[in-house]
Write a new protein. Structure first.
Length: 211
């Protein structure tokens, strides 16, 4: 089944929203809708029906469009339970950055380690990677060797840990114990910036040398 993978870089933090779909089943999931900057138009262009709104974590720049899209499409919202506190405090998050907070979405399902999310032709497995946030996760598209990494791992960098619930050592442990177990040619689709691979970051990421 043909995979559709689109990246929309959305304002105001230039976060990556990933749209994963199947051309045969015409089902899709949206991962980290930080702003509704063309998400619904992209789904329409590919003739895709939204099945889930999935979140790698609950920071403002990855959830700001969630409630609006949920209301328009009826798609269930998925996130790790440890990041519910971040959703409940979107107003406080907005205040920290001088932004008006969006409406808090209703969570339909909590996801955790080993859960499988059926995308009607493609499956995502959940990998818990706390550290950037208490309930941070990555989503592994195993058959395609693609990892939706949220803000856990970037090209030449890692997620910041100075925000609410962040833990630097926990983030390093998550990367070493979970992500380094993936094949080196696994493509990493991060929450900000360009794609990379697990192997490249093992070799060249200055934050992770000797990990």
């Amino acid at each position: 089944m043909k995979l559709i993978l689109e990246c929309l870089t959305v304002p105001p933090f230039q976060s990556n929203c990933w749209i994963l779909g199947c051309s045969e089943t015409q089902a899709a999931v949206v991962i980290d809708p930080g702003d509704e900057a063309g998400i619904l138009k992209t789904l329409e262009a590919h003739n895709l029906t939204l099945k889930y709104l999935i979140h790698t974590h609950g920071h403002l720049d990855h959830v700001s469009a969630t409630a609006a899209i949920q209301q328009q499409t009826g798609a269930p919202v998925l996130i790790h339970k440890e990041d519910q506190i971040l959703l409940d405090n979107l107003e406080l998050q907005g205040t920290m950055f001088g932004l008006t907070a969006p409406e808090v979405p209703t969570v339909d399902r909590y996801i955790g380690e080993g859960d499988i999310i059926d995308c009607s032709g493609h499956t995502l497995s959940v990998i818990e990677t706390p550290g950037h946030s208490p309930g941070g996760v990555c989503l592994n598209l195993e058959n395609e060797k693609i990892l939706l990494a949220g803000d856990t791992l970037f090209q030449d960098s890692i997620g910041r840990t100075d925000l609410w619930g962040g833990d630097y050592q926990q983030l390093l442990d998550s990367i070493r114990e979970k992500l380094w177990q993936l094949d080196d040619d696994t493509v990493v689709c991060p929450g900000h910036g360009p794609r990379t691979t697990i192997g490249r970051e093992k070799r060249e990421n200055p934050f992770l040398q000797g990990l």
